[in-house]
Design a protein around this ligand. Structure first.
Ligand SMILES: *[C@@H]1O[C@H](CO)[C@@H](O)[C@H](O)[C@H]1NC(C)=O
Ligand SMILES: *[C@@H]1O[C@H](CO)[C@@H](O)[C@H](O)[C@H]1NC(C)=O
Ligand SMILES: *[C@@H]1O[C@H](CO)[C@@H](O)[C@H](O)[C@H]1NC(C)=O
Ligand SMILES: *[C@@H]1O[C@H](CO)[C@@H](O)[C@H](O)[C@H]1NC(C)=O
Ligand SMILES: *[C@@H]1O[C@H](CO)[C@@H](O)[C@H](O)[C@H]1NC(C)=O
Ligand SMILES: *[C@@H]1O[C@H](CO)[C@@H](O)[C@H](O)[C@H]1NC(C)=O
Ligand SMILES: *[C@@H]1O[C@H](CO)[C@@H](O)[C@H](O)[C@H]1NC(C)=O
Ligand SMILES: *[C@@H]1O[C@H](CO)[C@@H](O)[C@H](O)[C@H]1NC(C)=O
Length: 355
């Protein structure tokens, strides 16, 4: 297994870039962006994010408080991102930030050509949260664009963090109150105004990791102490509205302007998935069965239990082998996760002219 230091230095050369899998300003063969083309509320309590979101690093659990993004150990940085894009729209996220020095909870809108709109919360700033933006991956003077806003106890209370994004301006709201407005012209004459189709990313990471540069660590509130964890960010729900409608969004040229984006007409596959009635729960299906069917199932369960008692003796013998196999699998998964996370951290933030 590679040590984290070795992994990090392998990744470092690409670290100056924020991450995109295909930048349409450099390449003409990037895949088109699947449109959301509707408004949908994703309720993350008890149910998973479903097939329209992708867990891009680590593991995300779903409980009564919503989606849980936890840092248990060094290298953990669970993240998920929508498979769909919005081309202007509104994103309302109900989030409770993680505690932990240097731990950053984030809501990010990111486009293929690295336009970005952020909400960020550090684990130890219990009075303020930060907003920021980037245009076309331009990280110059990023610190001057970071604004901090008062918010009551973001690590203990859920708040409504909403971003409203149009071709004219971006507006950030906390619990219904507008806290910041960015006009198109004020973003480097529009050149740095986020204006290309965005996906939504939710995640947590340790900006305070000792391998990060001092500025990042200081910005995040200090070095992260992993022994004091776990640190968990919770997301109850996300309501995402696409102001455009169509099947897909495609970059028409390499200018990265909103006028260059072609809206491909047709029905969005994501909208079709989301509009389908949810599958019946187990309880609903059970209630729908006839008495005869239920008796048959009880009988079958009885037979299985008897069989299991017989088999359990044999099981004990094979158990130890299985244990070894599982352990190997867990190690492999850990290694994969760890590699992903290091890559994520490097490419997504750490060497960036951050804040
Ligand atoms: C895109 O191309 C420019 C100029 O060639 C280069 O500086 C930049 O690193 C490239 N970006 C990506 C994400 O490939
Ligand atoms: C999400 O679902 C839970 C459980 O059904 C419900 O109590 C809660 O009100 C829902 N939240 C939203 C924002 O709809
Ligand atoms: C989902 O994430 C995995 C892992 O990062 C990646 O390989 C895959 O291409 C992603 N799928 C989509 C649809 O984004
Ligand atoms: C939280 O952020 C605000 C704004 O940057 C700053 O004034 C305050 O000192 C910070 N508090 C802590 C505990 O870091
Ligand atoms: C990058 O951003 C800086 C600061 O806003 C600006 O002066 C510069 O012109 C931008 N670069 C490009 C290529 O737009
Ligand atoms: C959250 O804030 C947005 C923006 O102000 C508002 O439109 C929305 O109604 C709020 N959500 C709830 C559930 O109050
Ligand atoms: C960063 O921190 C290290 C270790 O504390 C220190 O030696 C170094 O001078 C710092 N560098 C800057 C630029 O603050
Ligand atoms: C889009 O869906 C509607 C309603 O389901 C259907 O009538 C229409 O033919 C579909 N359009 C395309 C281009 O598939």
């Amino acid at each position: 297994m590679l040590s984290s230091v070795a992994l990090f230095s392998l990744i470092a050369p690409i670290a100056a870039q924020t991450w995109t899998s295909c930048n349409p300003l450099n390449q003409t063969d990037c895949p088109t962006d699947t449109a959301l083309s509707m408004s949908h509320e994703f309720n993350f309590t008890q149910t998973s994010a479903g097939s329209t979101w992708n867990t891009t690093a680590g593991t995300i659990l779903y409980n009564d408080d919503g989606a849980e993004f936890t840092i248990n150990n060094r290298g953990d940085a669970p993240t998920m991102q929508s498979k769909f894009y919005i081309f202007f729209g509104e994103v309302e996220v109900w989030l409770k930030a993680a505690t932990g020095q240097g731990v950053v909870s984030s809501i990010v809108l990111e486009s293929d050509d690295l336009d970005e709109v952020d909400w960020e919360f550090t684990g130890t700033n219990t009075t303020h949260g930060e907003t920021n933006y980037y245009g076309k991956g331009n990280t110059t003077a990023a610190a001057t664009r970071a604004f901090w806003h008062p918010v009551e106890s973001p690590q203990t209370l859920f708040h409504n963090y909403t971003t409203r994004w149009t071709a004219d301006r971006i507006e950030w709201f906390i619990d219904g109150t507008s806290v910041r407005t960015l006009e198109y012209a004020d973003a480097n004459g529009g050149a740095s105004f986020p204006q290309t189709p965005m996906n939504v990313r939710l995640g947590i990471w340790a900006a305070g990791d000792k391998d990060n540069n001092n500025y990042t660590i200081a910005w995040a509130g200090g070095e992260t102490d992993y022994t004091k964890g776990p640190y968990t960010m919770y997301v109850q729900s996300a309501r995402v509205t696409d102001f455009s409608s169509g099947k897909e969004y495609k970059y028409g040229d390499q200018t990265g302007t909103w006028k260059s984006i072609d809206v491909i007409q047709g029905n969005s596959t994501v909208a079709e998935t989301l509009s389908r009635p949810p599958p019946k729960t187990l309880a609903q299906r059970w209630a729908g069965l006839s008495t005869g069917a239920k008796i048959a199932i009880y009988t079958a369960i009885g037979a299985v239990v008897l069989a299991l008692i017989g088999v359990s003796t044999i099981c004990c013998i094979t158990q130890r082998k299985a244990g070894r196999r599982e352990r190997a699998l867990a190690d492999a998964n850990w290694e994969k996760d760890h590699a992903e996370v290091m890559a994520y951290r490097a490419r997504y933030r750490s060497q960036r002219d951050e804040f």
